[in-house]
Design a protein around this ligand. Structure first.
Ligand code: NAD
Length: 492
């Protein structure tokens, strides 16, 4: 950050001004609090060129995997040491409550440590080749320059699952922060610098999707795109990568079902449903936004949820007592208001919320909302709202619960609440989603792969295999015979 309160992009080891800036809005007040650098196509070109240079020459290219791992561990330690400062910035710039940003960012350090530890454990192989005079080894090599593009929610976290494996594999990276709430990532660049990453190995910038994002993901020197964001943008990204044929992972939205059976511990399940839809003001890709509840306990369960929803402390996201802050942008609130209104005129029954909370005229606040639906066709059941809106639907049998859970174009996460072990296993097998949480919700770890089915995405992040996605193999053939090469006209 400069003395004038402007943030800067980080390109080729330098903190640089951009040709233009844009205002960043504090969602809790609706007012501008900082200026952000809008990277132009020329800035992107410089960042990609620097990353390409660092990949092929200089200290990064010469570094052993062990040395890269040590840098990543150092970065993880710096993130933990600076978690409070980064959390305050993320809370200020996105409205996400401080008690969550502090905890989440401290955990982001573990992602860098995990991939730091893995950096020199990703081994190649020796092939027992079927030719007596040959030896073949398979070398995993970094795939190339990576374009990492993230949305505004949890930017540090969503960057760690890309930068960690990419850098462990030896790739270089240009990371684009979202134009909404980029402050924590631009501040994180200072830690990358302090950790000692060589110039060009990590470049961090922000700007708008249509120019900066487009240029980055279609750039001819980009070999891999790691994208997290909405499905409409994902389609743009796929079109962009038609230019460079970069391999791509897409982490997209969801409309995740939470299935509550009558035999569940209902109070624990109610807490999990609250965690799934009202934590982070519902602005989470894994938001458990579709409650499916067994009819015999529906009324009782909805009454519990209504009570819990109405008791949520809504307020200043910087106050550690606050449980729900504002939405990140005013356009997000407008989309939610429109979809809720449409759902209520199409037959949805409002259980609670459905409006802006009292006494919160400033900022982009919206009350925790529950809508009981009679079928799956309501807009609030089908569309990702990315806000604190839960739809609730009753079911009569396990088969119906499974069929309703899978009646969606998405497939990111899901929750099942039951005390019947066999039923839990059957549901886990049957649900079409990349994550199934049984008797819990919203748990993550660097050790566990994460990603979606269907329109929720392509590929997985997290876990050991993520490094493999940032490498490509090279087969090295060595002839061990001293005899002259036989018949040159026959393939060996
Ligand atoms: P978005 O798709 O609007 O933006 C994401 C990023 O893409 C931003 O950095 C944006 O500038 C960039 N972008 C926009 N247009 C582009 C283009 N043409 N070319 C290249 N880049 C472009 O998403 P958002 O509204 O910021 O975030 C919310 C979405 O992200 C939701 O759908 C949510 O579910 C999803 N999400 C998914 C995960 C996951 O892991 N599956 C995690 C968090 C959020």
């Amino acid at each position: 950050m400069t003395s004038t309160g402007e943030f800067r992009n980080y390109i080729d080891g330098q903190f640089v001004e951009a040709a233009s800036t844009f205002d960043s809005i504090d969602p809790s007040t609706g007012t501008t609090w900082a200026k952000m650098p809008a990277a132009s196509a020329a800035d992107v070109d410089r960042a990609v060129a620097a990353a390409h240079r660092a990949l092929h020459s200089g200290p990064w290219a010469a570094m052993t995997a062990t040395a890269r791992g040590k840098l990543l561990v150092r970065l993880g330690d710096l993130v933990v040491a600076n978690a409070d400062r980064l959390a305050e910035l993320e809370t200020r710039d996105t409205g996400k409550i401080i008690r969550e940003t502090r905890a989440q960012i401290a955990y982001v350090g573990d992602y860098y440590r995990y991939y730091g530890g893995l950096a020199d454990k990703h081994e190649g192989s020796f092939v027992p080749i079927d030719k007596a005079d040959m030896e073949v080894t398979i070398r995993p090599e970094p795939i190339g320059v990576v374009a990492a593009v993230v949305p505004w929610n949890s930017q540090l976290f969503l960057s760690a699952v890309k930068l960690g494996p990419a850098l462990a594999a030896g790739c270089t990276v240009v990371l684009k922060a979202s134009e909404d709430g980029p402050a924590p990532l631009l501040a994180f660049a200072e830690l990358v610098h302090e950790a000692g990453f060589p110039a060009g190995s990590v470049n961090i910038l922000t700007g708008f999707g249509h120019d900066c994002g487009h240029r980055l993901t279609s750039h001819p020197l980009i070999a891999r795109v790691a994208f997290t964001g909405g499905p409409a943008t994902a389609r743009q990204i796929v079109r962009n990568t038609a230019e460079n044929l970069a391999s791509t992972t897409l982490e997209l939205g969801g409309k995740s079902p939470v299935v509550v059976f009558a035999d569940a511990d209902l109070d624990s399940a109610a807490n999990a449903v609250v965690a799934g839809i009202f934590a982070a003001t519902g602005q989470s890709c894994v938001a458990g936004s579709r409650l499916l509840v067994e009819r015999s306990v529906k009324d009782e369960f909805l009454a519990r949820l209504k009570h819990k929803a109405e008791a949520i402390r809504i307020g200043d996201p910087q106050d550690p007592e606050t449980e729900m802050g504002p939405l990140a942008t005013s356009r997000q609130r407008e989309w939610i208001e429109k979809t809720v209104a449409e759902s209520l005129t199409s037959g949805g029954r409002l259980v609670t919320g459905g409006k802006r909370p009292e006494g919160k005229a400033d900022g982009f606040y919206y009350a925790p909302t529950i809508i009981e639906a009679s079928d799956q066709n309501l807009a609030c059941v089908r569309e990702e709202l990315f806000g604190p809106v839960l739809s609730a639907l009753a079911f009569d049998s396990e088969a119906e619960a499974l069929s309703l859970a899978n009646d969606t174009r998405f497939g990111l996460a899901s929750g099942v609440f039951t005390t019947n072990l066999a039923k839990a296993h059957r549901m886990a097998r049957g649900i079409h989603a990349g994550v199934v949480w049984i008797n819990t919700y919203r748990a993550v770890s660097p050790l566990v792969p994460f990603g979606g089915y269907g329109q929720s995405g392509l590929g997985r992040e997290g876990g050991m295999d993520a490094i493999r996605d940032y490498t490509r193999s090279k087969s090295v053939w060595i002839r061990t015979s001293d005899d002259p090469i036989p018949d040159p006209f026959v393939m060996r």
